[in-house]
Design a protein around this ligand. Structure first.
Ligand code: AMP
Ligand code: GLY
Length: 418
């Protein structure tokens, strides 16, 4: 089998690492990949958003299965394009991917089918939205409708902050067209957890839980990032709560989409808030989480390629998902200054000293001759698996201590929330 994986981050290195374990995979390409994927696959210099060029490459190279890592190509309809040419590709089509690419679409779907989420209103008109803000209680959450690389959400603590956010989203269009429509929603207090599933549009196979750490600094301080670390399982969503969330949220969402004439195939990712009134949806994503993948996928015993093929064959019911019991912890090493301004091009040292039982996932790195240098905000992910969370944390941080680059920044409290 020849497989093409699309993307270049830590999530994609994780997926490549798992895909490469399947003995039937004779050739794995990653577009564009990173120095981590280059060791286990062949990187192809095509951007994840250049979907026409990706199709051409897949046809020319006789790719048997394409796997999409990030959300942008899904939102742009890469699945529809590949399928129109008879190519097999894992991920939701453009209509289904709207669950992530349009917050208005996903909120309206949840409301219509009683899927628990924050109360909300949507606006296309700035003046009406501005008026609505006046009599609300704060904090209040404002969200640009479209994809904004995780940055289109503002939690406003008072009217002044809300108006500022509204202006920058709807009038100044700081997130571009994503700001032509806005969701204004109730602030949910509680703890966040990520619940993902594989689905073929009929069967829903939930994964083990994970918790991301979004803020840049310890104790959840500082600006929101793409994710500074994660661990799995997240016991905040356990037992009955987990079962209820799977049924009420994942299964009902796939059913709701079906009733709307949309078959959702791929990864369904629910970002959840565990509140005093129960578990509610903050957002849906149409792909694996980053860095959730770096702790969920290493725990997966079942072959990932078999799961993806079963999804495409509408035969997910034949798969029995099996998981390693261990706890996984992933610490992200970031460039100093991330998520704001940061420098690139610093040499990374110590990588060869990492113990064999640690899984090192590359993200923003670049090969320069014999050196690996920094090339992005999130540079590396260090994943450890152990019998309990304390051991996994200790092992991950022991490995982190060995790695060096100028202005390296990481959180020291990954996995310590609950
Ligand atoms: P999103 O892009 O929708 O995941 O939002 C980014 C982050 O904003 C989430 O991970 C939450 O931390 C926070 N957030 C979003 N919506 C809400 C809400 N209704 N109440 C509280 N926090 C929220
Ligand atoms: N870790 C958050 C995300 O992948 O969206």
């Amino acid at each position: 089998m020849k497989i093409l994986l699309i993307g270049s981050g830590g999530r994609e290195h994780t997926l490549a690492w798992k895909i490469a374990k399947n003995p039937r995979v004779k050739k794995l390409y990653v577009a564009p990949g990173n120095p981590g994927t280059a060791r286990i696959a062949q990187n192809i210099n095509i951007k994840a958003t250049n979907i026409e060029a990706l199709l051409e490459f897949a046809i020319d190279s006789k790719i048997d299965l394409t796997v999409v890592g990030p959300e942008q190509p899904l939102a742009e309809g890469i699945v529809d394009l590949f399928e129109s040419q008879g190519m097999r590709i894992f991920g939701p089509n453009k209509q289904a991917a709207r669950l992530e690419s349009s917050k208005v679409f996903s909120k309206n779907l949840m409301q219509k089918y009683n899927i628990p989420t924050a109360a909300y209103r949507t606006f296309t008109d700035y003046t009406k939205a501005r008026q609505y803000l006046v009599n609300q209680t704060y904090p209040l959450v404002l969200k640009a409708n479209g994809l904004a690389a995780g940055k289109g959400v503002v939690i406003a603590n008072n009217l002044h902050e809300a108006v500022e956010a509204l202006e920058s989203i709807m009038q100044n269009r700081v997130f571009g067209n994503a700001g032509s429509e806005i969701v204004i929603e109730e602030f949910l207090a509680g703890e966040e957890v990520s619940l993902l599933a594989f689905t073929d549009g009929e069967t829903v196979l939930p994964m083990v839980t994970a918790q991301d750490h979004k803020q840049a600094y310890d104790k959840d301080l500082g600006p929101n990032t793409g994710g500074m670390g994660a661990y799995s399982p997240a016991l905040i969503l356990d037992g009955e709560k987990y079962n209820t969330a799977v049924e009420e949220i994942l299964v009902n969402t796939v059913k709701a989409l079906k009733k709307e004439g949309i078959t959702y195939k791929g990864i369904l990712y629910a970002g959840l808030m565990v509140t005093a009134e129960g578990v509610k949806v903050i957002e849906f994503n149409s792909r694996f989480g980053d860095p959730e993948a770096q702790v969920i996928v290493p725990r997966l015993k079942t072959d990932l390629v078999d799961i993806m093929l079963a999804c495409l064959d509408n035969d997910l019911k034949s798969i029995n998902l099996e998981w390693h019991k261990q706890t996984a912890v992933c610490v992200i090493l970031a460039s100093g200054g991330y998520p704001l301004q940061y420098q690139k091009g610093y040499e990374i040292t110590g990588l060869k000293a990492i113990p064999k039982d640690i899984i090192l996932f590359h993200a923003g790195t670049k090969q320069e001759g014999h050196k690996i240098v920094t090339a992005g905000g999130r540079v590396l992910g260090v994943t450890a698996l152990a019998e309990n969370k304390e051991q996994a944390i200790a092992q991950a941080y022991n490995a982190v201590e060995l790695i060096r680059f100028q202005d390296m920044h990481y959180r020291t409290d990954i996995g310590q929330r609950k």
